[in-house]
Unconditional design. Structure first.
Length: 333
């Protein structure tokens, strides 16, 4: 079954900057242009991914430049979401997976926020920001920790109030996620909420998957949950665990929140994850490249009606983008 796809997360940019002379046509990435086109992707969020490291800002800069290069030099392949695309182009919008990409640990926060604002002016809208990856940084604790929101994290949320950027809970610790929600509510901040590449803890236990209470909060706040295809978050052995995650989400009334955030990346570049998940496949065939969406939709169509499939595949994410991101007022940068 072929439907247009809006995917909330892949790591093509970090793949391209990891080694010199890599191509966006290389299937090693699992999310090459041709693989995305074969899968029916119409709109793709390209993550600017950084862990907390001494070179994080430099890596984020290189990824942002690569995104600009893709759209400028190859407009028949990639187009910014804010521009009318070529019929063959995939519309793109950037996001930050880890705030260490615009903020090192020691500099004044005002300098970090100025750098973040400059990204908006250079690469256009940002769909979301994840405060950290799996580790702790100056803003708060990732999913490998039990650390909550730090003072700089509060200031970052305050900066995001009434701007065109969502906060992403995908890599947040439970404590960080709860603190974020509490601070937003206490201050009546207008910040959209998203879990760009997460599954459901009740279906398969992983700290990166969402507990039910966070699922309910995202639904209540008209946010998005992007289904993650990374096998350790789906099921250790069952490829069709993805179907189970979709079915469970719908029992929680997530019909208007659920979408795709497949999280395709190159295995070769992830030695840290190979150590963390020894002996486990990163993806289950046939859901192991961006070509897989028609196969997954065909399986889902056995149980779900076409309007629900269309919502999950594209419409939920596009509605979120139009109403909560591009349609929001901003207080300026």
């Amino acid at each position: 079954m072929h439907l247009p796809i809006f995917d909330l997360h892949n790591d093509l940019l970090s793949f391209l900057v990891e080694q010199e002379n890599r191509s966006f046509l290389d299937p090693l990435s699992r999310c090459s242009y041709l693989q995305m086109k074969q899968g029916g992707i119409k709109t793709q969020v390209l993550a600017i991914f950084t862990k907390k490291a001494l070179n994080s800002i430099d890596l984020a800069q290189k990824q942002s430049e690569k995104l600009q290069w893709l759209c400028k030099e190859h407009p028949s392949y990639f187009s910014p979401i804010s521009q009318k695309a070529s019929p063959t182009a995939i519309s793109t919008i950037a996001a930050f997976e880890g705030a260490s990409g615009f903020a090192n640990e020691e500099e004044p926060l005002t300098m970090s926020l100025q750098r973040l604002a400059s990204y908006q002016s250079r690469i256009g809208p940002l769909l979301y920001i994840g405060i950290t990856w799996n580790e702790e940084n100056r803003f708060g604790g990732g999913s490998d920790t039990s650390i909550g929101l730090k003072p700089d994290g509060i200031h970052l949320l305050e900066w995001l109030d009434n701007r065109k950027i969502a906060i992403d809970l995908s890599h947040a610790s439970d404590a960080l996620a709860c603190d974020i929600l509490t601070k937003i509510d206490q201050n009546n901040w207008r910040i959209p909420l998203i879990a760009s590449h997460c599954n459901f803890r009740k279906v398969h236990f992983a700290t990166r998957n969402l507990p039910d209470e966070l699922v309910h909060e995202i639904i209540h706040r008209k946010g998005l949950i992007g289904l993650n295809f990374f096998a350790p978050f789906v099921h250790q052995e069952e490829p069709n665990g993805l179907i189970q995650h979709v079915e469970y989400a719908l029992t929680l009334n997530a019909k208007e929140a659920l979408c795709f955030g497949a999280d395709f990346f190159c295995d070769r570049d992830a030695s840290n994850l190979q150590a963390k998940y020894p002996g486990q496949s990163f993806y289950h065939a046939p859901y192991d490249t961006a070509e897989c969406y028609p196969i997954l939709l065909e399986k889902l169509a056995v149980k779900l009606e076409l309007p629900v499939l269309q919502s999950i595949a594209y419409e939920n994410a596009r509605t979120f983008l139009d109403t909560q991101i591009l349609g929001m007022n901003t207080s300026g940068t």
